[in-house]
Design a protein around this ligand. Structure first.
Ligand SMILES: [Zn+2]
Length: 156
């Protein structure tokens, strides 16, 4: 038997989860109560074109509602997870801002320390220059005294 001669209806696509939005024929599903003995009053989704003999949508309302609730529950879990991730990102953002502030403060402190070291080294340089002048003066005085002393001893 080929696919063309097979007249058995195609099974309803179970991938449509929750409340069905559209039938195979393109019609919007309608909700109506069952009048069978086995499911009296039970609601189900069906199609207004179902009398044409083709396969149209059929889905129990409670089954669709359970799937819909499950889907909503999963969405809520995803949103909760996303919110937790968002909060974690916000915390990390604040931590990064704190680290950047600390870095700026450290840079300012480093600048202050560099300036302080530069001032101290200038002072040290001045002290060294003064010490050198003092030592040179001492050598000159010593030299003069020595030469005066030597000249006196030579003349005696
Ligand atoms: Zn239909």
């Amino acid at each position: 038997m080929s696919a063309l001669t097979n007249t058995s209806p195609v099974k309803y696509d179970d991938t449509e989860y929750g409340i069905p939005a559209v039938c195979y024929c393109g019609e919007r599903p309608k909700l109506q109560p069952s009048f069978t003995r086995t499911n009296p009053g039970s609601l189900y989704y069906t199609c207004r074109n179902r009398e044409d003999g083709d396969y149209h949508i059929f889905k129990w309302w409670d089954e669709a509602m359970m799937e819909e609730l499950k889907s909503v529950k999963e969405d809520i879990l995803k949103l909760t997870c996303l919110n937790q991730m968002r909060e974690a990102l916000q915390d990390q953002k604040e931590e990064i801002a704190n680290i950047l502030n600390m870095h700026k403060e450290n840079q300012m402190e480093l600048g202050r320390l560099k300036a302080l070291i530069a001032n101290k080294s200038d002072g040290l340089t001045m002290e060294l220059k003064l010490t050198n002048v003092f030592v040179a003066t001492l050598f000159i005085i010593f030299g003069l005294v020595t030469s005066v002393y030597v000249s006196k001893t030579m003349t005696v």
